[in-house]
Design a binder for this molecule. Structure first.
Ligand code: HEC
Length: 260
């Protein structure tokens, strides 16, 4: 087995002539070759389809759990900061900002969700009640009349009779003030007084709503629902500076803006 390394041809020898195939494949020779040219992973099995399927199922279930439980990973509120507003593009004109709106419109819009969460279940999506168990809030004297009286019905609940003298089948309205901020109460009262056909046209401010919360806390028996009798002492409007319902405010901050 001689090799002539001086000739370029001989670097690619004819197998038949120069290599003894049997010799080249002795166990020793193969082991030596394996040491010199390791083939990583040659001893591994391919991933079994069962393992693959198991991983897929776990990802799907995991994703579903993260995606659906409340306060979940993909929640809009978690992904996007509250009150997040996209910055203006460089050079954008001022009038590309969100246009200001009358404060009354914005309060009504904000109050809608609170009504759906707190009152809808009994008084109905159209606020008309059912005439039997729950009274209508449309045209109701206590909803559209003195704000102080209206606020105390919401915050404390009501033991009938109602403004019409009628006692409804459900008997008593439970207090709704729990966990409600002054700002929320202001939105909610403004919404009811200016929706469903009610058109009082006034804005209940957070300052007024805070006064209502203080009044409720100062009642002799704050845990009991108010009655028609007790409501007579609330035939007033809530104290606080009145706001022109047409005041233009920024739709995000709700702060007044100078009219253009
Ligand atoms: C669990 C049911 C229930 C919920 C929730 C509820 N109410 Fe009532 N509401 C009643 C019942 C029942 C009455 C009548 C009480 C009676 O006859 O004793 C009533 C009466 C009223 C009245 C008196 C109407 C009138 O003219 O006499 C007002 C105002 C009112 N509710 C407002 C609200 C508002 C606002 C909310 C949401 C914050 C709300 N209620 C949530 C059951 C409910």
């Amino acid at each position: 087995m001689s090799q002539d390394s001086s000739s370029p041809q001989s670097s690619r020898p004819d197998l038949d002539e120069v290599i003894n195939v049997t010799q080249a494949h002795t166990p020793e020779a193969t082991a030596a070759a394996a040491r010199e040219f390791p083939n990583p992973g040659a001893d591994k099995q391919p991933l079994s389809i069962a393992t693959f399927a198991l991983c897929a199922v776990m990802l799907i279930i995991g994703g579903a759990v993260l995606g659906t439980t409340s306060g979940s990973l993909f929640d809009y509120d978690i992904q996007v900061k509250p009150n997040y507003v996209r910055g203006k593009a460089p050079g954008a004109a001022d009038d590309e900002a969100l246009p200001p709106k009358p404060i009354l419109d914005l309060y009504v819009k904000k109050g809608q969700a609170l009504y759906s969460a707190k009152c809808n279940g009994c008084h109905g999506a159209d606020a008309k009640g059912d005439g039997v168990n729950y009274p209508s809030l449309v045209g109701s004297a206590w909803s559209t009349g003195h704000t102080e009286r209206f606020s105390q019905v919401i915050l404390n609940g009501l033991q009938g009779p109602t403004s019409t003298g009628k006692v409804y089948g459900a008997g008593v309205m439970p207090a709704q003030g729990g966990g409600m901020s002054a700002q929320d109460l202001a939105y909610l009262m403004t919404f009811i007084r200016n929706s469903f056909g009610n058109a009082v046209g006034d804005v209940v401010t957070p300052e007024m709503a805070q006064a209502a919360i203080d009044l409720a806390a100062a009642r002799k028996n704050p845990a009991a629902p108010v009655t028609a009798d007790e409501l007579k002492s609330f035939e007033k409007d809530l104290p606080g500076e009145k706001v022109d319902p047409a005041t233009l405010v920024d739709p995000i901050t709700l702060k007044p803006v100078a009219a253009k």
